[in-house]
Design a protein around this ligand. Sequence first.
Ligand code: SF4
Length: 389
Amino acid sequence: MTTVVDLPLLPLGRGVDLGSERGVECPGDLPSPSDPSLVARALAAKEALGSRVFVLGHHYQRDEVIQFADVTGDSFKLAREAAARPDAEYIVFCGVHFMAESADILTADSQKVVLPDLAAGCSMADMARLRQVEDTWAALEAAGLADEVVPVTYMNSSADIKAFCGKHGGAVCTSSNAETALEWAFAQGSKVLFLPDQHLGRNTAVLKMGMSLEDCVVWDPHRPGGGLTPEELAGARMILWKGHCSVHGRFSAETIPQLRADVPGVQVIVHPECTHEVVLAADLVGSTEFIIQTIEAAPAGSAWAVGTELNLVKRLASEHPDKRIVFLDKTVCYCSTMNRIDLPHFVWAMESLVDGVVVNQIEVDAETEKWAKVALDRMLALPGKTHKD
Ligand code: SF4
């Protein structure tokens, strides 16, 4: 097998690469970030567009932007909300690229999905490129294993990876239904190729499905044969793609004992994109929606250390002044790509729509959309659990 190098450098601000999750320039004249009239301009544009526009805001967005969202949520909830608004001509997605792609897949062809800044990609989604995954599949075929492998991709992946899974008998999952999705996958085959987040895959396999760490191997797309021996590959049940979230992957289990000493009675709640060590050291683990609901339902006076994106943790702290809510790790910062969506980009996108110009439209091609929808529909058909990311 040859190792495919499919990551040509594309410095920010130079060139446009809509086929990838990487940052690209945002053309057009942006309002100055210091312009004091931005809030009024955003309100005026929203009013002028009325029901023609529906604004979606991911929980990790800045306050300055999320105040204009018609609905807030995780990536899957937002995609479903977009699909439930067939009358909206424009869907303005304040989130990242793969989320806008999912919204485009799940909405009518006539609806236009706009991402205010095309540089709002996702480093995790970027870690699994289609050519790399195809190369991996070829290696699994050469090893005589592909027939027993079911590919499952996390919602946080590009549309072409979702389509790959659809084409090869696999499905999409979210952080809420990963266990159900894996149960389904292991009913189809004896091994799972889990993309692109190794931590969600490992945490679900070991903590929810009773597998051992030895059942899991990590496939490194930058090394021949994934960096695995034929025996390791043949013996594995979970083949985890070597990808991670550059925000959640930075939390460290080492901070937790000191935190418990400093904040008596604190409960540590983290997202399953955190490393296995962090999840083991935490009290509770769950999706973004799970974290929000748990803290909302907690009694006044309770104390929480939260391991997820900082914008959300700060918002939770300000919305629940009766509870003590702290960020799990001072060395972790905002999701830089989520933060690309700021008020100047939002105002520019909205005012352009008022002028009849659709900027930064996210369009998934018909063939990719068809197969990605197959994988998404398999997830939607899963029994029981809610589908939250
Ligand atoms: S928080 Fe992590 S997974 Fe979510 S958009 Fe940012 S880099 Fe991607």
